[in-house]
Design a protein. Sequence first.
Length: 451
Amino acid sequence: MSKEQVQDLLDFIDASPSPWHVVQTIEAQLATQTSAWQRLDETAKWTLQPGGRYYVVRDDSSIVLFIQGQKPLAETGFKIIGAHTDSPGLRIKPNAASSTDGLLRLGVEIYGGPILATFTDRDLSLAGRIAYKNDQDQIARMLVKFDQPLLRLPNLAIHMNRAVNEDGLKLQKQVELPLILSTLTEEQLPLVFFSELLQQQTGIASSRILSWDLAVYDTQKGVFWGAENEFYADSQLDNLASCHAALQALLDNDCMDAEGGATHGAIAGGGLQLDSTRVCAFFDHEEIGSESNKGADGSFLPDVLQRIALATATDSEDYARALAKSFMISADMAHAYQPNFPNAYDPDHKVTVNKGPVIKSNANHRYSSESVSAAMFADWCEQAGVPYQKYSHRCDLPCGSTIGPITSAKLGIRSIDVGNPMWAMHSIRESAGVLDHGYMISVMKRFFAVR
């Protein structure tokens, strides 16, 4: 089953080259489900029904999905899985197009912390959204994706950079990152050329296109690799692999009634119940600190949870009780041991691909895990028959962080930080183990279903 799940993941990633496309892909998947999913408008009043399936989108690239529980919130709390839709990379600047010696280049800005050298000599293109004036003279948005390779960042030949293999490839961020797009004649204007390219792709007159959010992405599709196809590679595994696992767990969990022959009470033979409100929260802007109206450090998830409480006539005290009974899994990828670089890892906390999800711990609370939440997740893994691992960063290297500490602090709920092990995090081409994706889906399903 794991290989089919990973193929579905690769298809999910390849359809989602930007955070805005991630949400579009999720919406398209919801439309194929047997259960009807209703999109809620934040500007409208909400009417929720027990067992109803709902989702909310904020600014096109963050989404919260939930299945309303059958029992009162104060009795069950929320079961939440959080992840993020963005990945580090390059974004196109507002006045991007320029001509140098007959070559049209696009200026870029660095988003988050990508491994810049991995962007060289790749078949790159553009995806994101534009904002424009429609026929009613109102501001409208449209997603845009160029399927063909449009851009390239050619490496400097070794004859001109003799020390590259000793010193590594170092790119000057302002002058050496612009991407080559085309050749230009003397009569062609760079900005006009680029605007007409957007017009050709979107069908919107260039004079009506006012601004854009455009990410650079790798057009190479995801693949299986290894002697027995035990690994896979693609862009954006950090963190679309976690988004996909959580989404599949939520949708699979939604089907457990029919599969188990039970109704909304306990699942037949399983000692489980589907009465709690189950939530998936996928945020943009994690890679740049989460501090925005749609990031994990913003009001999006608290707003949605509070409105669920209001729509179900839950008073403020019962809402506080619900939060006290809630739990969140913060799912982000983990650093797998790479034997070529043994000194990069704590020798007592090496985690391996295809050996199960990783519980991530940090004494300075860069991760939200603590002993109780770690024990709970380990127990869910054991119940699901899933192996698990434990990771701690080297003490002499800075440790990254996740949405876990942020959302746990904002909501006052217990949380755990977990993720599947992967290689080359923040490269344009990342790798992971096939078995781990199925493991993560299984333990997430158990989390959503367990009492």
